[in-house]
Design a protein around this ligand. Structure first.
Ligand code: COI
Length: 355
């Protein structure tokens, strides 16, 4: 970081943190005291500031609302027993944000703005980081196009904003998913590999249909053949078949998840067999039939690990191994939790302390 960006700070008069039980709030509905904003116009980043969390005046004609030039990240901060706050692999999110920005024809966010703003915000809102075992502060950096113009074109102005909310478990219970073979999440040459807002909007209708049938989420399959698994809801998806951990290889239809990467690194460090490749519906259902399918789970920032205990396909429901009998995903979940909470040595160098 070069430190040329001066962040103006307008501190809240009185913190709102005591109004909430931050160890016990629903995901994404209660926001911390401050927000970070950086403004882009005339071909450069103009100014950066922190102000009390609240609404911003934005035009209803702004292009993000109409044409979806909008991207985001999801990341988390954790508090250890000494009350110190650390971020989990924040540079991975910084890098991915800019990958998304390039694909969506948006300006890249300089590291000094992304990381500088994040660190200042964490220092101001440290009291909002939950102390509970499974709690964290969910951080939502996002970049939106703000031109007041209805013509379809690359916007000239943008806002990069960071807001935060205390979070507990994303899914209260293990989930049941439906293999989606009609709608798809991503297509080759599209934007599935980046965190574009529209990827999430387009998923809601198929998810609603699955929920009406009693599933919590869908498992996406490839758009061309619907024979290969891609992702699970808003998460990457993994399978344990026999003694091998399998996950779809990264491509332009798969998000390069930070949790995905971390789970794979842990598995490899435990000398588990790991395969990143195409995973077919056929092989997974054959493994269910011959009892070699041990686990299916989703992994993402919000949920960390979402155990999948039921899967529906072609009008048939299959019950999977109960979580208590799973060897890998509960262990990986607990290991990540302990590293993040400072209870286990951070031998991968994943945590970045907020100082
Ligand atoms: C994540 O888990 O990383 C997500 O992106 C989920 C979020 C959309 C709530």
């Amino acid at each position: 970081m070069t430190g040329t960006f001066n962040i103006q700070i307008d501190k809240i008069k009185k913190s709102r943190v005591s109004e909430y039980d931050i160890n016990n709030v629903p995901f994404g509905k209660c926001f911390s005291d401050h927000m970070f904003v950086a403004e882009y116009a005339d071909g450069k980043w103009q100014k950066a500031y922190i102000k009390p969390y609240g609404d911003e005046p934005l035009s209803y004609a702004m292009s993000a609302l109409h044409y979806g030039q909008a991207i985001f990240e999801g990341m988390k901060a954790y508090k250890n027993e000494q009350g110190e706050v650390s971020l989990f692999r924040p540079l991975e999110n910084f890098k991915r944000m800019n990958k998304s920005a390039i694909r969506m024809a948006m300006p890249e966010v300089p590291e000094e703005i992304f990381m500088g703003g994040l660190m200042e915000l964490m220092k101001l809102d440290a009291a909002w980081v939950p102390t509970s075992d499974t709690g964290s502060l969910y951080i939502r950096p996002f970049l939106i196009s703000t031109d007041e113009a209805i013509g379809v074109k690359i916007s000239d102005s943008y806002k990069f904003i960071i807001i935060c909310c205390p979070a507990g478990k994303y899914y209260g219970e293990p989930i049941k998913v439906l293999v989606e073979t009609n709608y798809f999440r991503a297509v080759h040459g599209g934007v599935g590999f980046v965190k574009a807002a529209g990827n999430y909007g387009r998923s809601l209708y198929p998810t609603k249909l699955a929920q009406q049938k009693g599933y919590q989420q869908v498992i996406w399959t490839d758009s061309e053949t619907h024979q290969y698994f891609e992702e699970s809801g808003t998460m990457n998806v993994m399978f344990v078949i026999g003694d091998t951990l399998l996950t779809p290889a990264l491509s332009d239809t798969i998000l390069d998840g930070v949790t995905r990467k971390s789970v794979l690194e842990l598995a490899r460090s435990w000398n588990m067999k790991v395969e990143e490749r195409k995973v077919s519906i056929k092989e997974v259902f054959e493994a269910i039939e011959n009892n070699t399918l041990k686990e299916i789970f989703g992994c993402g920032t919000a949920a960390t690990i979402a155990h999948i205990v039921g899967i529906g396909h072609n009008g048939k429901d299959y019950a999977l191994t109960p979580v208590e009998q799973r060897a890998f995903s509960p262990k990986v979940d607990e290991t990540l939790r302990q590293i993040r909470k400072g209870k286990l040595k951070d031998s991968f160098g994943w945590m970045m302390k907020v100082a």
